[in-house]
Structures are given as C-alpha cells and as structure tokens.
Design a protein around this ligand. Sequence first.
Ligand SMILES: *Cc1c(COP(=O)(O)O)cnc(C)c1O
Length: 345
Amino acid sequence: MLSAPLTFTGREMMNHAVQQFERLARVPLAYLPTPLVRLTRLETLFGGPRIFMKRDDQTGLGFGGNKTRKLEYLLGDATRLKADCLITAGAAQSNHCRQTAAAAAASGLGCHLALGGTPPPQPEGNLLLDLLFGAHIHWSQEKRKGENIPEIVKVLRSAGKHPYIIPYGGSNHIGAMGYVAAMFELEDQSRGEIEIDHIFFASSSGGTHAGMMVGKEMLGKNYQLHGVNIDKDEIYSMELEEYIVKLANEVATSLEFSRFFTPDDVLLHEQYLGEGYGVVGALEREAIAHLARREGILLDPVYTGRAMGGMLDLVKKGHFNRDETLLFWHTGGGPALFAYGNELV
Ligand SMILES: *Cc1c(COP(=O)(O)O)cnc(C)c1O
C-alpha cells in the first residue's frame, strides 16, 4: 500500500515517517477504500476540466463522513488509555458528533456530546441519530466548539468515569492521521490511471486539511490542495489557516517527519463564507441541486454544498483548462439535509 514512488530528495526521511505512521493504534470503523468516481454528467454541464469525486460520504459508520477516518485513530488512542466513555462537541447538527456517537456505540463506550444551542422542539437529522446511538446530550447554548468540555469532564471524573476527550471536529494530531492514511489510499486507487491536478474539500476544524498536507508531502505529490473555508468564526482564537499550519506541524512532528509547514503551504478559499456557518444561500442550493439532478449524489447544506459551490464557481470563471483533472473530496454530512428541508426546495 505504501509503495508509491517518492520523488522528493528526503526519501529515507519519508520512509521513516511511513514506518512511524504504520505503528499508530487504529480501530477499524470505516468501509475502505471509499469509491473514487468520475462525474461525467457534471463535466458536460460545465464543459471544463475532468471532475472526479472521492466518496467519503460512504465511509459507512452511522451514515458515513470524514470524521470516521479520524475516529479510527482517536478510538485507537482511547482504547490504549482504557477510557470508558468519549466526550466531544459541535453544533446541534454536527456530523462529527453523530459519527462519534456511532463509534462509541460500536466500541461499547459511553458518549457525551456538548452541543451548541438549546433543545429543539423535535430532534431531526444528526441530532435524532445522536439520540438513537444512545449519546448523552449537554446543551451548551452559544458554545459549539467544546469550550465547556473541561467542566463536563470534571463532573464525569468525579462520578468515577474515565472520559476520553475528542476535540472539536476530531481535529488534533491524532485525528488528522485519518487523512494522512486517506492520501495513501487515494494514491493506491489512482496511481498510473488518474493524474490529479487539484483536490477540493470543505475545511472547518482543520484536521482533514492538515492530514492531507502531511500525506501529500510523505507521498511527494504535486497536486494542489484547495480547502474551502465554510466557517468564518475563529477556532481556539486562531484563524483557520494558522490552526491548519500548527496542526500539520504537530502531525509531522509526531511522525518524526522533518518537513516544516508555513502559511505558504495552505490554500484556503475564504470567499464562499456567505452568511456564516450553516446558513444556506444560493451557492449551496445550486450546487446541491446540480449534483442531485445530474449525478444522483447528495451533498450537504453546511459543508459539501458550499465547497462544491466554490469549486464550480472557479470552474465557471475559467480557472481550469479542459485537460486538467479536479477531485472533489465528498466529506459527508447528508443527514443534515433532513434538518434543512424548508431552505433547500
Ligand atoms: C467536519 C466536516 C468537514 C470539515 O472537516 P474538518 O476536518 O473539520 O476541517 C467537512 N465536511 C463535512 C461533511 C464535515 O462534517
């Protein structure tokens, strides 16, 4: 699996990092590899570059999504530390929280979720699934990025529990390993057949982006990574770009991979933020409709609808030649569609 040609000079350094990577504790949760498909009917609509999609909405666990890859490594660590429950945080319609709840159920662990907002009159979409998976919900009003996890952890510990803390979005150096692995998986699937020039994806807590950056360097690839920022709010009082760089360096350090990342290594499109996190506009609505009607593929209202909208905007504006190849990395999120009915059709 890791026999990709390494074209960079520091081949030995990369081999060492690959060895470190293969030693990490991992709990298999996802159905891998996820499909890599070509979107020919979408290509015809725009008459531009070739467009492929990596279907991480099909990772399988509890309706799938990108967090499942991160959770494989996070659960590996939780198991090593003999935790008996997981705690994490997100918005009421968090895909990350839903996949964490499913991972906890599948691993026989308890699950505590600190969710932004207040209880809705009726649970829908991801929240309904959190409850089906047996998660305990801690309603946290304006706090949707785990600001109150320490308080909840204190209460759990004093009740004799051993909680394992998963940060917002599962984005620390352990979770990001899931996307180092994903880049190796893509290399395996595409090698010798598809020459990818650009990879687009939604970026919000940074782990997917940082893991991809490190995986790309370990493989010595030249494709351009395009994160589409979908959340204008800061993360841990940092701009997202700054957090991605920090995380990529932490991932590299923990793999003893001596590549130092700087903001120049990050391409983050900031022009598609619209009215803010989770607010659907024309960009998302149109992208969701195109993919649904042309390809029978469902995007989500918060992440992939916005990221696809951004990618198609750049295609329409002629940023790519006909002989270039784009890959859209579908990161999941479909269950949130059921909480956005009125705004989508
Ligand atoms: C969390 C999420 C993302 C963003 O991934 P990060 O690693 O948090 O940047 C993208 N798409 C979907 C559907 C998500 O749930």
